[in-house]
Design a protein around this ligand. Structure first.
Ligand code: ADP
Ligand code: MG
Length: 282
């Protein structure tokens, strides 16, 4: 049984006169297994948040069906099993980070002692230990995002639905979020995440789906979608010019076209992390 199964859902939003305005979802189907990270990619307005709200039972589809661990969305069993990080973290501004997490713990049914213990553990985990006793009111978008994810983690759900989890995070925060998501996969959780930024979901998702105007235009594993099978990359070290010339000559002799032969560039993200001394992290 898939952790989340979405079958042929449709949703049209109407204006106040009941006229059809937007076909937000136009026959969307996919499923997410336990231990899998599934990414919904698509431009603003493509239907990602609407899909999540339907999976959570916050919106009803006009047609199609959804199940979460075999339960209908919105039922107690489905809600208990699901943790949701909304697009805009809904936090109570006058609580401190610590109070906010303890409240989440209580709402998730933890005992006081357990909630306290997990709050301390999670404040550390999401890098908010220093800010634990500050009011959420003054938090940056990135700090709110970190607190939001901690609030989802405290209930230890089986299914995570994270709407744009890396939005507002600096590159280091985004990398930490990716580690966190990889951890969830290892624990056998099902994770459904969205992003409108293409790079964000790379190296995190097992499978991705591209949404456009409420339709799935392409889906598959990153391997299926991205692997360039018609070329081959070979990295050698050290970068000895004579040896490299000899290798290129050999390739040409064997009838291969040398498409590219130069020192590879690090990504800006890798560079940034090395400047911060965080590239060895985890
Ligand atoms: N409550 C609503 N009322 C009317 N239109 C809506 C509502 N929610 C979303 N939409 C419309 O549905 C489409 C999909 O929105 P959404 O699911 O939020 O996209 P995404 O999360 O991919 O940016 C958009 O055109 C949006 O304007
Ligand atoms: Mg959205």
């Amino acid at each position: 049984m898939p952790a989340v199964e979405i079958r042929d859902i449709r949703k049209t939003f109407r204006d106040f006169l009941g006229r059809r305005r937007v076909h937000a979802l136009d026959g969307l189907s996919f499923s997410v297994a336990a231990g899998e990270v599934y990414g919904l990619l698509g431009p603003n307005g493509s239907g990602k948040t609407t899909t999540f709200k339907i999976a959570l039972g916050l919106l009803r589809p006009d047609a199609g069906s959804v199940s979460v661990l075999g339960h209908a969305p919105g039922t107690l069993a489905a809600r208990r099993a699901t943790g949701y990080l909304p697009e805009d973290s809904a936090l109570l501004p006058f609580l401190t980070a610590r109070e906010s997490l303890r409240l989440h713990g209580a709402l998730a049914g933890l005992s006081r002692a357990e909630s306290r213990r997990k709050t301390d553990e999670l404040l550390e985990k999401v890098g908010l230990k220093q800010a634990a006793d500050r009011r959420v009111l003054g938090f940056s978008k990135g700090m709110q995002r970190r607190l939001g994810i901690a609030g989802v983690l405290i209930g230890d759900p089986q299914v995570f639905i994270l709407d744009e989890p890396t939005s507002g995070l600096d590159p280091l925060g985004a990398v930490e979020m990716k580690h966190l998501i990889a951890d969830l996969r290892k624990q056998g959780k099902a994770v459904l995440i969205s992003s409108h930024l293409l790079g964000e979901l790379e190296n995190v998702c097992d499978r991705v789906a591209f949404l456009n105007q409420g339709r799935l235009i392409s889906a598959g594993t990153l391997e299926e979608l991205l692997r360039e099978k018609e070329t081959h990359e070979l990295r050698v070290s050290p970068a000895d010019p004579d040896a490299i010339m000899a290798l290129e000559a050999l390739a040409k002799e064997r009838g291969l076209k040398v498409v590219r032969s130069k020192a590879p560039m690090r990504s800006l993200e890798a560079f940034y992390l090395s400047v911060l001394g965080k590239d060895q992290a985890k």
